[in-house]
Design a binder for this molecule. Structure first.
Ligand SMILES: C[S@@+](CC[C@H](N)C(=O)[O-])C[C@H]1O[C@@H](n2cnc3c(N)ncnc32)[C@H](O)[C@@H]1O
Length: 217
């Protein structure tokens, strides 16, 4: 998996996310053993940098298609990173995904509370609204949630717009094709929740932080 970084065809997946690494450095300066979730791994460009910074402290949980998670974790172990958890990959079925694995893990009390979650998966509302709803319950006070691709839409996607993928026009209506689903998730699921503060929109990444003390309801 990691050998794909920088190779032709993987250009858009080859740069690590700067906001994730900046916030991780901030967390590591006070907590050498944080719990980090990456939701959607691509070819591991951000994952490998996260693992290097964590230097085997804490836990790095990967949520993506299971074949990718297993291959990436194997590559990372071969580089000496032993704190990568590959138990949360999802099958390749149409309606399978990290949203379901998160809910399953939360209900079973099988997922550790996290300090940082990087949400960079399918970027569509039905996946990410569900994922965000569960992630909000798993975030430690003071922890961060980062939503990537603020301006992404199916219409703008070079691989998913209806002119290159006809199924998109069948699966989504025209409003869904034009909309930024990440913005909808943030505005519908994150902004109304008084436990969370919006920190910054940095490039394409919206950053939320769980307040140390939840406001009285
Ligand atoms: C943009 S890439 C992630 C890039 C990566 N975070 C990075 O920084 O390099 C999106 C990832 O989400 C995964 N993904 C999309 N839909 C998914 C689903 N329903 N279940 C699991 N993984 C999914 C894709 O397979 C892909 O690995």
């Amino acid at each position: 998996m990691l050998e794909k970084i920088g190779m032709p065809g993987f250009e858009t997946l080859s740069a690590p996310d700067a906001t994730v690494l900046r916030l991780l450095d901030e967390i590591l300066s006070v907590n050498p053993a944080p719990v980090v979730y990456e939701i959607g791994v691509g070819v591991g460009a951000t994952t490998v940098e996260i693992a290097a910074r964590m230097a085997n402290g804490g836990q790095l949980l990967l949520f993506s298609r299971e074949a990718d998670v297993v291959e990436l974790a194997r590559d990372l172990r071969a580089r000496g990173f032993s704190n990568v958890v590959d138990a949360w990959g999802s099958p390749g079925n149409t309606y399978s995904g990290y949203h379901f694995e998160l809910a399953r893990g939360f209900v079973a009390d099988a997922l550790p509370r996290f300090d940082l979650a990087y949400v960079d998966g399918g970027h569509v509302f039905h996946l990410d609204a569900a994922a965000a709803s569960v992630l909000k319950e798993l975030c430690r006070p003071g922890g961060f949630m980062i939503f990537d691709d603020w301006n992404w839409s199916l219409a703008k996607s070079p691989t998913q717009n209806p002119s290159v993928r006809s199924a998109t026009a069948r699966d989504y209506d025209p409003r869904q094709i034009e909309a930024s689903h990440v913005q909808l998730v943030c505005k519908a699921i994150m902004d109304p929740d008084p436990r969370y503060e919006f920190v910054v929109l940095e490039g394409q990444s919206a950053v939320y932080r769980r307040r140390e003390v939840s406001p009285a309801t």
